[in-house]
Design a protein around this ligand. Structure first.
Ligand code: GDP
Length: 361
């Protein structure tokens, strides 16, 4: 029944059949096709990137980030063709909690390194994805000076998806940026996992007197740092920052010496007032000279290449397993059986794997 409310039970209430509404779109208006972004061929992508065309570079990074298989296929070909042009940059990972001053610092660090010439790419945290103490930092202009610098390219780095996926996209974006002639690359992160498989130097920004000293001592992040810099060492905060620096120096002694043979340095600075910036960069350049001289730079590069080979195998195996029709049809039931205690996790896994392998024969 079209209008049940017209039945006898609803006395006094009549709903008339409506009239057809005119379209809200003016029928005389010629529909203009949405201008579609021209799609490049693999060759055009590579040529544009190698020429340093940032529009083409941006579009290629969008493909790298895309989850569509057809985009991924092109992206992988472009990356492969860009590989011979890559590998010639200083890649710096920059991390710190929200509010530590990452964007303020990257702005001044960036201008500092660009004084020596060259080009800088910043894979920045997507501000819309970062929340700090309940407020969204999305509307804030980050890296004001760098964003208008002709030799810089700022790209919000992919933050959606699994950590492994994000790390891979970060690495692939770095390859494209290098092929486009960016010889300095900053990768901004809020936590562990995204950049250390791709960068050469890991800089951890900390603050004094916020309890972050303790947070930072969490295994993992401090162990990875090649340099710890205490920001906001200005005004009445200078003494506190120095004290924090000595705490960090002491804490670093508790960790085993890093493979690089480099002892991580702890320094204080003020990103906002531009104090201590040169000293930090002198330290970073010193690190590069040190690890290039002792062979660690090369060693680490090889380790990272190896890591990515295995990571890529793992990813493909996982995808192949979870996208397998037979597995898709069995998975939910097996999970149920494990939850009901009918199967142990290991037996369930074995049954699923056996089923998967049987489809490959
Ligand atoms: P992010 O969230 O890590 O990117 O941090 P921001 O760069 O946005 O900085 C967070 C806040 O700290 C902002 O209000 C900055 O102005 C302030 N800030 C950053 N660096 C300094 C500094 O060196 N000294 C002082 N006093 N404030 C700073």
């Amino acid at each position: 029944m079209e209008h049940p409310e017209n039945s006898e039970e609803y006395k006094g209430l009549t709903v008339n059949k409506g009239i057809e509404q005119p379209s809200i779109v003016n029928p005389y208006l010629k529909l203009r096709k949405k201008p579609r972004r021209r799609e490049f061929s693999v060759g055009e992508y590579v040529e544009g990137i190698v020429k340093g065309d940032v529009t083409v570079l941006s579009q290629a990074v969008t493909l790298v980030e895309s989850v569509k298989p057809e985009h991924q296929a092109i992206a992988q070909e472009v990356i492969e063709k860009c590989l011979p042009y890559s590998g010639n940059s200083m890649r710096i990972g920059i991390s710190g909690v929200p509010g530590a001053g990452k964007s303020t610092s990257i702005d001044v660090f960036g201008l500092h390194v660009l004084e020596k010439g060259g080009k800088l790419a910043v894979l920045a945290i997507d501000p819309s994805s970062e929340r700090s103490k309940g407020s969204i930092l999305g509307d804030k202009t980050r890296m004001e000076k760098l964003s208008v610098h002709p030799k810089s390219f700022i790209r919000p780095s992919p933050s959606a998806g699994s950590l492994g996926g994000v790390a891979r996209k970060t690495r692939e974006t770095i390859i494209l940026c290098e092929a486009a002639g960016f010889d300095k690359i900053f990768v901004e992160t809020v936590g562990v996992g995204q950049s250390e498989t791709a960068v050469h130097f890991f800089l951890l920004i900390q603050l004094a007197g916020t309890g972050d000293e303790l947070q930072g001592i969490k295994r993992g992040i401090m162990e990875m740092a090649d340099g710890i810099v205490i920001n906001k060492a200005d005004g009445s905060n200078i003494e506190k920052a120095k004290l924090a620096a000595s705490h960090f120096r002491n804490a670093l002694h508790l960790f085993p010496a890093p493979d690089s043979g480099w002892s991580p340095k702890v320094m204080t600075y003020s990103g906002f007032y531009g104090i201590g910036i040169k000293e930090i960069w002198d330290m970073i350049y010193e690190y590069f000279a040190f690890v290039k001289a002792n062979g660690y730079f090369e060693y680490r590069r090889n380790e990272q290449a190896k890591y990515w080979m295995y990571e890529s195998i793992n990813e493909h195996l996982r995808d192949s397993f979870y996208n397998n029709e037979k597995i898709i049809s069995m998975l939910a039931a097996k999970e149920e059986e494990v939850l009901n205690g009918k199967l142990t996790s290991f037996v369930a896994a074995k049954k699923l794997l056996d089923a998967y392998f049987s489809t490959l024969k």
